[in-house]
Design a protein around this ligand. Structure first.
Ligand code: GTQ
Ligand code: FE2
Length: 358
């Protein structure tokens, strides 16, 4: 519709005045603000174990823990997120490397964290005085505002995956951080105390024992392995999975992100599933292929890959594989905006992931 010159002048002036008044009209926003379905900036991406561990080893030689800040951590950077050190808009995914006889000092923060152990023995993470021994495949929780430090008493380096809700807390501008008040580590009250109290689906009687925010701070691979084997034996496949839960409440072990483990058996491919929310997959054992929105990811032990919100994801093992998975689904569920759907047909493989060349 043509408008007269004087009206056009008034409209132009309106837009200028809106801008100087820190206002924007909705009608000029365009569809990016309210897409018909999620249109993530987050990219489907992968980090290979060989690259991760080689760079972590170099950092281990060159960077002492005080020089590298509190922790020797390499954060996985999703290239869709404008350079922020985040693997998804809500999740932090990183490799942490602790040399033999090294310690990482105590602190606490509002971001919640988990460690999934990849390599090494003889290390523990002390969480509010409970020294939790770490072995490959174990999941160790450091819930929000719990003191934590890491100790490696062995002669060899220790490597684990860190998952945190730090990007969410950052975006919400809700972060607090506090170094442990003294130079020394926390006093250790004992080893694996939460496991002794809550480790097999029972809880001690007594009201104070029911008030704890996260009663169980470690989920052992021996248990995960047994549950996954049972599910496979009961006829599950090509994918079975377990979720790590708070044994007192049955809700997520960490409130802001789910912690799951999948076992994939070779022979067939899962049907593609879309979910609202971001998922990060860590290959603990085995090898296989996942198709994420038409892009093929061939993965092996130690690789980490990420699927953005609403991407169609299907998996196939080439040998039996265990994947540790974190996702922000609990946030979506808490907000009432979670959706998922299973597609009827497998996806066409349009391309194969090969880093920045793909
Ligand atoms: O080990 O305490 O990957 O505070 C990021 C922030 C690890 C840790 C990370 C942290 C830690
Ligand atoms: Fe921390």
């Amino acid at each position: 519709m043509a408008v007269g010159a004087s009206v056009q002048h008034e409209i132009d002036q309106l837009y200028l005045d809106l801008e100087t008044s820190d206002l924007q009209p909705l009608w000029t926003q365009g569809p990016a603000l309210q897409p018909f379905q999620p249109a993530p900036r987050t990219k489907a991406w992968m980090w290979e174990w060989e690259t991760l561990v080689a760079l972590a080893q170099r950092a281990g030689k060159l960077i002492t823990i005080d020089r590298g800040g509190d922790r020797r951590v390499l954060s996985m950077v999703n290239p869709g997120l404008g350079g922020l050190p985040f693997i998804t808009p809500t999740l932090w995914g990183a490799i942490q490397y602790l040399n033999g006889h090294e310690q990482a000092p105590g602190h606490r923060h509002t971001a919640g964290a988990v460690r999934f152990v990849l390599q090494g023995e003889g290390t523990w993470t002390t969480v509010n005085g409970d020294a939790i021994d770490m072995s490959p495949g174990d999941l160790i929780l450091t819930p929000s505002w719990h003191w934590h430090d890491h100790t490696n008493e062995s002669d060899d380096a220790m490597v684990w995956f860190d998952g945190l809700d730090l990007p969410l807390v950052y975006m919400l501008e809700a972060g607090f951080f506090e170094p442990y008040p003294v130079e020394e580590l926390q006093p250790v009250r004992g080893h694996n105390l939460s496991e002794k109290l809550y480790g097999n689906g029972t809880a001690p009687i007594g009201p104070e024992e029911r008030d704890v925010t996260a009663p169980l701070l470690v989920y052992r691979y021996t248990h995960s392995d047994r549950r996954l084997s049972a599910l496979v034996e009961m006829g599950g496949g090509p994918l079975v999975g377990i979720e790590f839960l708070n044994p007192l409440t049955g809700s997520n072990a960490i409130p802001t992100f789910s912690n799951e483990m999948y076992r994939l058996v070779p022979g067939s491919r899962t049907m593609p599933v879309r979910k609202v929310g971001n998922s990060v997959f860590l290959v603990f054992k085995g090898s296989g292929t996942s198709i994420v929105d038409g892009k093929r990811f061939d993965w092996r032990q130690g690789d980490v890959f990420v699927a953005p919100s609403w991407a169609a994801v299907e998996h196939e093992a080439s040998e039996q594989a265990d994947l540790f998975v974190i996702s922000d689904r609990p946030i979506m569920q808490a907000l009432g905006i979670f959706r998922s759907e299973t597609l009827d047909d497998h996806q066409e493989e349009v391309s194969t992931f090969s880093g920045h060349d793909s």
